[in-house]
Design a protein around this ligand. Structure first.
Ligand code: F6R
Length: 634
């Protein structure tokens, strides 16, 4: 057996982080730190293996891209050679041709093979275009090749939301081998963004089996982001079962899961650390524990007793913080003080116990909206209140959102224009381009699609009675690739953001703190803004600028994190819904639905209602709906 090189190696069978966790795991500060760690382990293992080829199992998808970037960099800068490596990929869609941009064959060449010293005969990727009667023998031959080389030395894995590893979907047998499978509907929905629509996602795949994977001598599974948190918790803490194939990794003694803070969110040590060990009781952790206790006991705050705390693993909190009565009152006040109908501060009232300052009474507010509809989806009620309460509201649409407009929608606008207004012959060319459904949107198609989204913003702004001159369309360059995969953000994006903030000199900035956005656009937009704020920190006007983060399109804040909660009346709920409905291109068959099958207006409405219900359950007044914010200190 190859000696694992072991930056992140843990002696087999000796791992126990908490009594709940059954797979060794490491939480890293960022995906890129984790990716480097994994790349370094792979590189070291390749270098250690001198007397025979190193057999490397590879994965595709978004999770391993960073690892491949680091490997390419190590090849270029440190001379890491792949001459002694034989690779086997986990899986491939069926049916798909290797030159299709969505094939894993294409993916692997784009991200790794084209940039390192590896030849075609060293690479194995299941074929997605075989005649059906050849598939069985082909899969057996794939297994035989791995076995003849002595098995996989290392297997890299991602994890699907169904708990699949490779494409071993729920129901896969522990002893399964390489074979043809049907993709789970959840997996197909997740792939829809890459294929430009669910109907274009293949229904089948060839995948290595669970047994093939478990025979690897070393396994590293990568999971990044909040959307992986539920499946990570079930995989690491749950019972081994075919219904979550990744749980079979609990039986493998040399597996490590590499996680970031978001993907660990539902492990017991993150969501209820008091059940795992001693805690340092910060105010934030106290709030988290008391909200959790209310949910466990189904009681409101003021009804919690000493016994409730003791019986639910919180005696330590009581011992540190005093009587249940005092803790309850403290928590009740904390929560009560987050509620305000005055998001811009209440003029002529003391602001001691309010989330926002009373002065200046008329504030300049700058709402950053990653896509052209997040402003109304995530904070449409607060947005309307700020306008009604006399503040000067500006909205900055960070990206054009052009790729989220379907060709069919764009065609409708082009056709109306042609039929009503134009005899221009180039329009026929544009229509041909739209019908051909290219994999990458050309600049002129992007322009049309971007304009459609702009006009939707203009409509919503007029509806909310906001002067359209106060809308700012930034079209940040990192987004303008014409396809789902975006460029890395650069100083150009940051500079544009700085320029706008300087021009407006806002007292309040609202921004999306939605880290679960599956395409990463919200995350990138937030990183750009944070960098801009860092660079602006010493500007005098910034001393007066408070930043509030909203969520809503993809997830909501946990209750203990909320620092400002704006109640929304039934009429305002309808007004918000109507503002969202101006974004017609994002209604019905939306291109990038994410993991939530509800339309945007509905998910926003249900999340806001749920926040109000949760406040009410904790003993606060009963509101129709609430939008929630957390302050960001820069
Ligand atoms: C890919 C594969 C899949 C993915 C999983 C996660 O070769 O076998 O199991 O690893 O679907 O995908 P991402 O990384 O895109 O979230």
């Amino acid at each position: 057996m190859t000696t694992p090189s072991n930056l992140i190696y843990v002696p087999p069978g000796k791992y126990q982080e908490t009594r709940f966790e059954k797979i060794h795991n490491i939480t890293v500060a960022s995906e890129s730190i984790g990716a480097r760690l994994v790349a370094e382990e792979i590189a070291q293992s390749i270098r250690n293996c001198t007397n025979r080829p190193f057999v490397l199992g590879l994965a595709t998808g978004s999770s391993p891209i960073g690892v491949y970037q680091h490997l390419v960099q190590m090849h270029r800068e440190e001379g890491l050679s792949f001459k002694n490596v034989i690779t086997f990929n986990l899986d491939e869609y069926v049916p798909i041709a290797p030159d299709d941009h969505q094939s894993y064959y294409h993916f692997m060449h784009e991200h790794l093979f084209d940039h390192i010293d590896i030849t075609a005969d060293q690479i194995h990727i299941p074929k997605g275009d075989l005649p059906q009667d050849e598939v069985r023998a082909y899969c057996q031959a794939y297994e035989d090749k791995i076995a003849a080389l002595g098995g996989l030395d290392f297997q890299l894995l991602g994890i699907g939301r169904t708990g699949h590893i490779g494409f071993n979907e729920p129901g896969s047998h522990r002893n399964s081998a390489t074979r043809l499978i049907s993709l789970d509907p959840v997996t197909r929905a997740d792939a829809a963004k890459d294929f430009n629509g669910l109907d274009k996602v293949p229904t089948k795949a060839i995948t290595m089996g669970i047994n093939t994977i478990l025979n690897a001598k070393r396994i590293i599974l990568l999971a990044w982001g909040q959307h992986k948190a539920p499946i990570v918790a079930r995989t690491i803490e749950g019972t081994v079962s075919e219904s979550i194939p990744a749980t079979f990794l609990q039986e493998h003694t040399n597996t490590t899961c590499l996680l970031d803070n978001e993907s660990t969110a539902q492990l017991t040590r993150s969501h209820a650390p008091w059940l795992v060990g001693d805690c340092e009781w910060t105010d934030s952790l106290k709030k988290k524990a008391i909200v959790w206790l209310c949910q466990q006991t189904q009681k409101s705050i003021l009804k919690l007793t000493q016994r409730d705390y003791n019986e639910n693993g919180l005696s330590d909190l009581l011992a540190t913080a005093g009587r249940a009565y005092d803790l309850n009152i403290w928590m009740f006040n904390q929560l009560q003080h987050t509620i305000t109908g005055w998001p811009g501060g209440k003029p002529n009232f003391t602001d001691d116990n309010r989330p926002e300052r009373a002065l200046p009474a008329q504030k300049r507010c700058l709402i950053f909206s990653p896509h052209p509809d997040d402003d109304v989806i995530s904070m449409g009620g607060t947005f309307a209140r700020l306008i009604d309460q006399g503040h000067e509201v500006h909205v900055a649409y960070q990206t054009s959102g052009n790729i989220a407009v379907s060709n069919e929608d764009a065609m409708r606008y082009v056709e109306v224009y042609q039929l009503a207004l134009s005899t221009d012959e180039t329009i026929d060319d544009i229509k041909k381009e739209l019908l051909a459904a290219h994999q990458i949107n050309s600049p002129r198609i992007r322009k049309i699609k971007g304009a459609i989204r702009r006009s939707e913003c203009l409509g919503a702004a007029r509806f909310l009675q906001l002067p359209v001159e106060q809308l700012h369309f930034m079209d940040l360059p990192f987004y303008e690739t014409g396809r789902v995969q975006k460029n890395d953000p650069t100083q150009l994006d940051v500079d544009q953001t700085i320029k706008l903030i300087k021009a407006i000199q806002p007292h309040q900035i609202y921004a999306a703190g939605d880290l679960a956005d599956p395409h990463g656009t919200h995350r990138i937009c937030l990183e750009i803004l944070m960098e801009a704020l860092k660079q602006l920190k010493n500007e005098p006007f910034m001393k007066d600028c408070w930043v509030w983060l909203y969520r809503g399109a993809w997830q909501e804040w946990d209750l203990h994190e909320i620092e400002m909660a704006i109640p929304i009346s039934p009429d305002q709920v309808v007004q918000k819904r109507n503002a969202i409905l101006y974004h017609q291109s994002q209604k019905d068959r939306v291109m990038f639905q994410g993991e939530d099958s509800r339309e945007f207006w509905l998910r926003a409405e249900e999340r806001n209602r749920d926040t109000a219900v949760q406040y009410n359950n904790l003993g606060m007044a009963e509101y129709q709906s609430m939008e929630a914010f957390k302050r960001y200190y820069f």
